[in-house]
Design a binder for this molecule. Sequence first.
Ligand SMILES: O=C(O)CCC(=O)C(=O)O
Ligand SMILES: [Fe+2]
Length: 271
Amino acid sequence: MPHKTLDYARELLGVGYARITLGAKEAALLATALDECRRFFSLPDATKARYSSADCNFGYRPLGMEYSITADRPDLNDCFTLWSDRLDLVPNSAELTSLTDALLAWRNHLSTLVSDVVGHVARTVGDAQAPPFEAASYLQVNNYVHAGGERDLLQDRHEDGHLVTVIHTTAPGLEIWPDGECLPVEMAPDEVVLMPGSVFAELTGGKVGALDHQVRNLGLDRRMSLMYFVNPELTEPLHPWVRTEGEAPADLRDKIRSHPATFGLPHVPVL
Ligand SMILES: O=C(O)CCC(=O)C(=O)O
Ligand SMILES: [Fe+2]
């Protein structure tokens, strides 16, 4: 994989995002995780609510809280999140071990991938290193069901506000905005896309911009997307990899911590 991760880093720098084809073993981890997610979302709402933390930041989050631009246009999906490997933050998680085992196995593959690709970019642009990220990062699976025709987008245009997002989608709808043009993205069952967020843009001194994206309402009965949202850990100061001469380097941590508030969510926790 090492030579491939270098290609992905070049793709990020040159194209603004990277399409990644998984090996058979990794594709199997993804398929198992998605099967478990499908099973979870078909539980009754009252059962899923047993797995929500009080602030809905850990475990199950019903539709209505999270939005992309304004609170009156919530994202039209419910979701399940797993921060780091902190099963203790998800109420009643002992009842969900087949789901959480599958998610954590998938995440383990992704953290190696992210650390390699981000490490290549950090070395290339600033002779720097990838920051530690596992404890501040989380998996989120979104579940979309049929939405009426009054909303053209299931999620409005946004960037995730993280370092990077690794995303897999089970059905069409995702649209990305590289170079100011809207491009629909479909993925095979063994594909993921690595999208940079605004933290990546700040670290690279703007060499790679945050990738805006949205989800179109295609009237589908069912759709899922599985994301690994990667945040740098917030325990040490985080400075841009590319420095501007004569300027004191900014510490990016406050922006990272508070960015989820723009989507109606609590601050990034320090775990
Ligand atoms: O469902 C998708 O394709 C994208 C989801 C997304 O962008 C998000 O949850 O931030
Ligand atoms: Fe997003």
